[in-house]
Design a protein around this ligand. Sequence first.
Ligand code: ZN
Ligand code: ZN
Ligand code: ZN
Length: 349
Amino acid sequence: MVQLCENSDCSNPGKSRCWRCKERYYCGTECQHADWSAHKDNCKPSNRLVAVVDIPGKGKGVIARERIPRGTLLVAEKPRIILPATSKEKLLKSMSLLSEEDKAFILTFPGKDSDLEDRLKHFVPCVGDGNTCLCPTICRINHTCCSPMSGPNTSYTWNEDSKEEELYAIKEIQKGEEVQVTYMSNASNYDGDPPAYLRRKYNFDCRCPGCTRSPEDRQVSGERIEAYNDFVDILPGRFKTDDPFRILVEIEQQILIICEEGFTGEIDGRAYDAFQLCTAYEDAASAKEWMKLHLKCRALYHGKSTEQYKKSVCYTKNPQMHGGWGYLDAGSLKLRGPSKKVLECFYSS
Ligand SMILES: [Zn+2]
Ligand SMILES: [Zn+2]
Ligand SMILES: [Zn+2]
């Protein structure tokens, strides 16, 4: 039997599956988009891909129950507890008003005695509405640092549309392998000495391959990350004053450095910077290529269902629609898209 496209008014063969749940068939992305409002409530990852287990020396943790390809949505879950995080006072007040059952659930997470406040370190943000939440699976995932020899295999993100916390595989994960995230997800969160930071904030000794290097090696990494952060901070200001060719060269150099340090997620933002530079100089062809790289990185870490993602897809066809098109009034210049090295950096990470 031929599998047909499951968009109701289409009878083409269904050649590809829904990228998200892998359970519904479509003839192509147009039909998937057309069917989305009907399908989205049933579009769930199986939640059978991972299991919460005891991990020797770490308390609880999460492992993969089968081989999981890069890009897979592993978990989408509603928070068990949501607290307002706009002020500390509000947060603690709401916490004190929780049911005994909810308080007992919070205390199943590791921390000092029966100190509820100490467990707040396990909560993750519900981005957009200023809340913080505790999820049964995602909040059990252990940390690993981004470093030249290690890095997380998953990334979690808040989906404002479904009001669920989602977990994506940013690397291929083998059956039985521990699922890990990083608690210091951006290079800009980098805090001098990761082991000291993790001890202070999360009260554990990180024994990841990055933290067990010699202090000298860690210092070299620290200096490279700090130089990268300085570069990013002043980058937008340079668009008006510096040679755009030179800026692109430096963006690429910095992408390669920060990926070597394990922060592959940074490609997202730097590809967007390069896109903005190309739109400022009205170079549509190069802007499209940078936007494609930006969106690939976005999708890997945050999925494709966010509003921001859907909005940005049009720039891969019409960068002229972007608000920054020609804003420098510097005329048009033929710049360039990402080099082969930078693309490899994304695909091989
Ligand atoms: Zn179709
Ligand atoms: Zn689906
Ligand atoms: Zn570490």
